[in-house]
Ligand binder design. Structure first.
Ligand code: URA
Length: 209
């Protein structure tokens, strides 16, 4: 059984199919990613805590639910994670934003941090870490290591597409972090691209092919 939560909705699947097509240009790709991240964000935040508060409508006094706690933080794994940010911030305009930039040292394959910025008090926030692609899981694992080191405890990982290998590796390394994905593809190829996938998400978002 998969260790990831699959978000299956006809709108998401339809938009994702268009994104996969190699002839889809960056402007359409970005717009669809924005729409899908909004829809996925709705599912991923389903269990955010609320508390009843006293209010007065034009008709009567009543007690109704309101979000409680510190504002959530969305962490983008650079650079492709930024493609998910606009849709998520449209859904959650008050969210704080963090960035994690890592690259692999080609000699020892260790993750090297080139950028990290996050709001304070991560331990009191719901932290949503985003990257469109979960392939080997290496960058997601390193990003989660870093975000935990900065204090985050309540963390969820969200991606658009995943490979079974990445889900396995990420859930082994961070079993406390729920994974949400819109599709689980077949496998990785010899270059660690997801098959059938959609190619390099960063290149397709930013037109750097
Ligand atoms: N990263 C991507 O952008 N695409 C893949 O297929 C795998 C990792």
């Amino acid at each position: 059984m998969s260790k990831a939560n699959l978000i299956v909705h006809p709108f998401i699947q339809h938009k994702l199919t268009i994104m996969r097509k190699k002839e889809t240009p960056p402007a359409i790709f970005r717009a669809l990613l924005q729409e899908i991240s909004f829809l996925m964000g709705y599912e991923v935040t389903r269990d955010l805590p609320t508390e009843d508060v006293e209010i007065e409508t034009p008709v009567a006094k009543t007690s109704k639910p309101k979000l409680v706690g510190r504002k959530m933080c969305i962490h983008s794994i650079l650079r492709a994670g930024d493609g998910l940010m606009k849709g998520l911030l449209e859904l959650i305009p008050t969210a704080k934003v963090g960035h994690v930039g890592l690259y692999r040292n080609p000699d020892d394959l260790h993750a090297v941090e080139y950028y990290f910025k996050a709001p304070p008090n991560l331990d009191e926030r719901f932290n949503l870490v985003v990257d469109p692609m979960l392939a080997t899981g290496n960058s997601a694992i390193a990003a989660l290591d870093r975000i935990k080191q900065a204090g985050a405890k309540n963390i969820t990982f969200m991606c658009l597409l995943s490979a079974p290998e990445g889900i396995e590796a990420l859930s082994d390394a961070h079993p406390d972090v729920p994974i949400y994905t819109a599709a689980i593809d077949e496998k990785l190829n010899e270059k660690s691209y997801i098959v059938p996938g959609l190619g390099d998400a960063g290149d397709r978002i930013f037109g750097t092919l």
